[in-house]
Design a protein around this ligand. Structure first.
Ligand SMILES: [Zn+2]
Length: 171
């Protein structure tokens, strides 16, 4: 089969399947699609080029360089010769873009997910205490440090089971 007989749609589907292997280097249980930072995948027929659009979780997030490198590597290994990764800063990423599945994966990984984008979020912004411990689900928690292993996360401690845990911050 010559490459010309593969349609753009098929190429994009193949690329999206390959991109399911690209995870956040800081939270390896989440793929770029789970995080909502994978914005678009386009096939440019004239240039025979695959274009991937990503949005950083916050501007200057150092993990984005690693993610862009991994995207390129996975696609090239999958047979895409020419790949361009574009960063779109607008509209800005918010934690609302995290899928429900992503929130569950975060919890299972021991990181408290940000509140669902509803009334919970408004409550959380004013009431840090309602943050649930991902280990014992107690709401009796306190913030220890505004930054954890990365600037995307804050450090909390559960006052019931006494386990520390990281919280994926709202932006
Ligand atoms: Zn706990």
């Amino acid at each position: 089969m010559t490459s010309a007989s593969v349609s753009g749609t098929e190429r994009i589907e193949a690329a999206r399947r390959l991109l399911e292997r690209v995870c956040d280097p800081e939270i390896p249980v989440l793929t770029v699609a789970d995080l909502g930072i994978l914005r678009d995948v386009r096939w440019l027929e004239e240039e025979q080029l695959l274009e991937v659009v990503i949005t950083p979780t916050y501007s200057g997030c150092p993990a984005m360089d690693v993610i862009a490198l991994n995207i390129r590597a996975v696609l090239q290994q999958g047979g895409f010769e020419h790949v361009r990764v574009i960063t779109a800063l607008s509209p800005a990423w918010t934690t609302d873009w995290l899928s429900s599945e992503a929130r569950e994966k975060l919890r299972a990984f021991g990181i408290a997910p940000p509140a669902e984008p509803t009334a919970d979020k408004r409550a959380l912004l004013g009431e840090r205490r309602i943050l649930q411990c991902p280990h014992c689900h107690s709401a009796n928690t306190e913030m220890i440090a505004p930054f954890a292993s990365t600037a995307c996360k804050a450090m909390f401690r559960c006052l019931d089971c006494l386990e520390p845990f990281e919280y994926f911050k709202c932006h």
